[in-house]
Design a protein around this ligand. Sequence first.
Ligand code: SAM
Length: 346
Amino acid sequence: MLSRFSSEYLRVRSVLKREWMMLADNYQRQINYLRISITDMCNLRCLYCQPKPETGWKFHQEILRYEEITRLAALMVQLGIKRIRVTGGEPLIKKDVIVLIKSLAGIKGLEELTLTTNGTRLAQFARQLKENGVDRINISLDSLNRDRYADITGGGNLDDVLAGIDEALRVGFVPLKINMVVMAGINDDEVESFVRLTLDKPVVSRFIEFMPISWQGISWDERYLSTHVLKQRLSQRFSLMAENSIWGNGPAEYYKIDGAVGSIGFIPSISQHFCDRCNRLRLTPDGHLRLCLGQEMEIDLKQPMRDGASDEELKELILQGVRNKPVGHQFQTKRPEGRGMCAIGG
Ligand code: SAM
């Protein structure tokens, strides 16, 4: 028998504890990644990402407070979440966002804290994010042309984002991922420019397939462009070498152009969806646990929490939700009509 103090006893106990802490759904997928949308509001109005006109923004009292977000996040970490991404809406427009970042970074057992931003306020916040525990940042940027950027984003200023990118690199967010949603006839003629960006900057330009989510100002059927078509096009211009060293929580495929400092990536969310490997949950700004990006099914955690649910009761609700995580999205046949991306957490 193992003595309670032998190193073997401690080793076995820690392995068992780790196994027990694994959060898995009914399809044996291990869930270890949580995206938290901390606000549904944004300072941009991207063509394809806006609240439904009839729904608008959530009222302030419906949105989780920072201590509520941290409590739910900490419970999920106790259950097996290892990585958290803060997103929105635009997270950097939230008042005192660094206070939240600090408390999330302090959650015991959390291995990685990341953030997704449109970059417009990054020049101001990059250093504080770095100093307060953010490990990596993704920036969303759909055009490198000033006028077009303003058109796509409803008036955004490209120079703010470029300044944000420079500052993020300066304070050490390297490599920096830049996510472009590729839309046929809107910005697909710029993919080569995004590839060229990687030649002398330590950035990873990632091309994301446009998804049909909620209300959109443009037609998905007309604007969707598959990764396959895009990759073929880029292969004619550049020699793409597979790259396996990029760290991330998702299913992107990475390549490098010969001699480039940075890399490129493709995220084929529609054409080769990765639902069988899905490892994520989402917490919406109003405190619902969203089990799948493309399915409306959610578990309300805010109301029970505000009604006084204990930590154990909340954990049980989370576990029940995870067990019922849908097998996958059905974007091709059944589009989620409810929340827009900003109120889900992209
Ligand atoms: N404001 C932050 C930002 O811009 O990165 C975070 C929230 S935004 C909703 C997160 C990401 O979702 C952005 O990269 C955006 O381009 C992406 N997104 C929104 N709607 C999308 C759609 N229909 N298809 C693909 N990506 C989408």
